[in-house]
Design a protein around this ligand. Structure first.
Ligand code: PNS
Length: 156
């Protein structure tokens, strides 16, 4: 058994993320979910993203959650983590993931394993969900209950 890192922005966490984390845990035994910061992105849920990931995964055995500060490779090295697992939906994901995977491997030798998203999740996108949410649409089928509650609290 080894611990792998499932990193992401999780803005917000979706059922697609949940599936990848579960499958990574089943494959490797233990998963650390890292809630990261991509400086190119403007987060809708800000630091609440971490609470929502924690709440959504609280009952999942073999899974822990941590914010990622700084470089992913440093975060992994400090914890003895040698492998990152990420979900892959379509070609555009692959192009970006390949760039990050090579950069991370070049920096410290950190390996990346890409898991194909489940067929029912390949079109699921946090970006589209955020837009639907902002405009008052119902995203209940696509996000864990904790996120539904957070959206309801925002709407008041
Ligand atoms: O869900 P995302 O937006 O694809 O997640 C991107 C994330 C957070 C995994 C990525 O931006 C990241 O690794 N951030 C940490 C800072 C870092 O190491 N950046 C260089 C990556 S090659």
């Amino acid at each position: 058994m080894s611990t792998v890192l499932c990193p992401g922005s999780f803005d917000p966490i979706t059922v697609g993320h949940f599936d990848i984390i579960t499958r990574a845990r089943d494959l490797f035994g233990s998963v650390l979910v890292g809630v990261g910061r991509n400086n190119q992105k403007n987060y809708l849920f800000g630091d609440q993203r971490i609470d929502l990931v924690e709440e959504s995964l609280r009952d999942m055995e073999g899974v822990t959650v941590s914010p990622i500060e700084g470089l992913l490779v440093d975060f992994c090295q400090e914890r003895g983590i040698t492998t990152v697992v990420k979900g892959l939906r379509f070609g555009a994901d692959f192009d970006f993931e390949l760039q990050m995977a090579h950069m991370n491997r070049g920096l410290t030798g950190l390996e990346t394993v890409l898991l194909p998203a489940a067929a029912e999740h390949v079109t699921l996108s946090s970006t589209i969900l955020r837009e639907v949410m902002k405009l008052g649409g119902d995203v209940t089928p696509y996000v864990p209950p904790a996120v539904v509650r957070a959206i309801e609290a925002r709407r008041g």
